[in-house]
Design a protein around this ligand. Structure first.
Ligand code: GAP
Length: 454
């Protein structure tokens, strides 16, 4: 994706400019540029205190729905570095390439598959109209070396897609977990790509995290499981977003298919960058297990315990990005609500309460009234054992609500003078800003029901 193509906007709810989100993420401690004091590294980011909470929630929720709730799915966590032959067998050494052209005039770089057709044909830069160079091919795998003695060091790669560990461990999982086909293996883990055009914040990075399900099936049941997971994954994303009309499933054309895929659908989300991939659902067939059988010399076939039929299982893959989910959920949640009195707009993150980084903030109405502070601190002490809870007594109550709105905290609990009389607090809901009185004794259950997935 270049900066110039694919801009789209609906009139009723404008898309959030990426720069606004970048600024909020840095200001409030979600995301920082990596190595910033040295000038930064393109396509690599660090996550701050709120970012790490949000990421953990997103990951845990995925794991809960994909592994914990499915009796026929288990999880693994593989290493980032594998034997180099893995990447020959997977086809990445040969096929994992981007072709690009540079503009001789403005020096911008473009992936050929992202260039508008007319610019490709005319060999013209889509930004300044300058002449483009001849296409060049780059492999995206990041190289590294094992061993310390020069000449004996082995070149290998940081994994270019996290899922390869699942094929490598598939036979061990079969033998150690009493799983039978059909079954799936999930993993969340880092992947590394020397992207030639990293950019658009977390959208295209060089170090990022993927969540994968690899589902192993008999070839005759492939279609059924492919449809099953395609629908499940689409519904999963839909359940987390506000702008349901900005989500779609799109089938890949034959010229778009990755080297391992016979069929593919993308779950796509629409932002200011246009419609872009969020997760890929791939019909990998027997590509992976056949290739690893061939390259390793180990037969990765499966014998059906009932029919004794032996075959190479076929694979349905669902592969999404944790960082892309992080980015899209923030873009989906961000809103600047105009103030009815014409004051500064209210910036709110309408994040689903299940994944919001801070679940509740406890606010004494005044910080110089000892009884209010003592009660508020007591409530904070109890709540923080159950969920991420912030205590804030700085500035007036309106400012404190705004601060929490901006980071997506679904509930604020205010301890006021009535609390001292009747042991109730004001609970204020982020989106509607509606307030209700809740007894302190009932507060834990009240919040738990609303912010924890079930
Ligand atoms: N194992 C299949 C696979 O890796 P992919 O479509 O290349 O398929 C899957 O990647 C997901 O990983 C994408 O849908 C996207 O969410 C995420 N992803 C891929 N490249 C990325 C990058 N450079 N930066 C951030 N996320 C990326």
């Amino acid at each position: 994706m270049t900066q110039v193509e694919n801009k789209a906007e609906t009139q009723d709810t404008p898309f959030v400019p990426i720069e606004k989100l970048v600024a909020l993420c840095k200001r409030r401690g979600f995301v920082y540029p990596n190595s910033e004091i040295y000038g930064g590294v393109a396509g690599i980011y660090d996550f701050g205190p709120l970012g790490v909470e949000l990421r953990n929630n997103i990951r845990r929720y995925w794991w809960w729905t994909m592994v914990q709730l499915n009796d026929n799915v288990v999880g693994i966590e593989g290493a980032i570095i594998t034997h180099p032959r893995v990447w020959e067998a997977s086809g990445h050494v040969e096929n994992f390439v981007d072709r690009l052209m540079d503009c001789k005039k403005c020096k911008r770089r473009f992936r050929i598959d992202h260039l508008p057709e007319e610019n490709r044909v005319q060999n013209r830069c889509p930004v300044c109209g300058g002449e483009l160079t001849e296409p060049r091919t780059f492999n995206l795998l990041m190289e590294t070396y094992l061993g310390v003695v020069e000449g004996e060091r082995m070149k290998t790669y940081l994994r270019g897609e996290a899922c390869q560990n699942i094929y490598l461990d598939y036979d061990n999982v079969l033998k150690s977990s009493r799983m039978q086909i059909p079954f799936g293996i999930c993993q969340i883990g880092k992947a590394f790509r020397n992207e030639v055009t990293p950019g658009n914040f977390l959208f295209r990075q060089r170090e990022f995290e993927q969540w994968d399900l690899q589902f192993f099936t008999h070839p005759s049941e492939m279609q059924q499981w492919f449809d099953h997971w395609k629908e499940r994954r689409f519904a999963w994303y839909k359940g987390l977003i506000n702008h349901k009309d900005r989500l779609r499933l799109r089938a890949h054309g034959p010229d778009e298919l990755a080297h391992y895929a016979k069929q593919a659908f993308d779950v796509e989300y629409q932002t200011i960058l246009g419609w872009q991939e969020w997760e890929g659902i791939h019909w990998r067939q027997d590509w992976d297990l056949s290739r690893h059988s061939q390259y390793s010399g180990q037969d990765l076939g499966y014998t059906d315990p009932n029919t004794k039929e032996r075959y190479i299982p076929w694979i349905v893959e669902t592969s999404g990005g944790v960082d892309r989910t992080f980015l899209y959920l923030l873009l989906d949640a961000y809103e600047e609500e105009p103030d009815p009195a014409g004051k500064e707009p209210r910036t709110v993150l309408h994040l689903h309460p299940w994944i919001a980084p801070v679940k509740v903030a406890v606010l004494p109405l005044q910080k110089n009234k000892e009884e209010l502070v003592t009660t508020a601190k007591g409530i904070h002490e109890r709540l923080k054992r159950l969920m991420v809870c912030q205590y804030d007594d700085v500035a007036n109550i309106g400012r404190r609500y705004r601060r929490q709105d901006e980071i997506g905290t679904p509930y604020c609990v205010t301890v006021d003078f009535q609390t001292l009389d009747d042991q109730t607090v004001t609970v204020r809901e982020r989106d509607s800003m509606a307030q209700e009185r809740v007894a302190i004794d009932a507060l834990s259950n009240y919040l738990r029901d609303r912010v924890m997935w079930q």
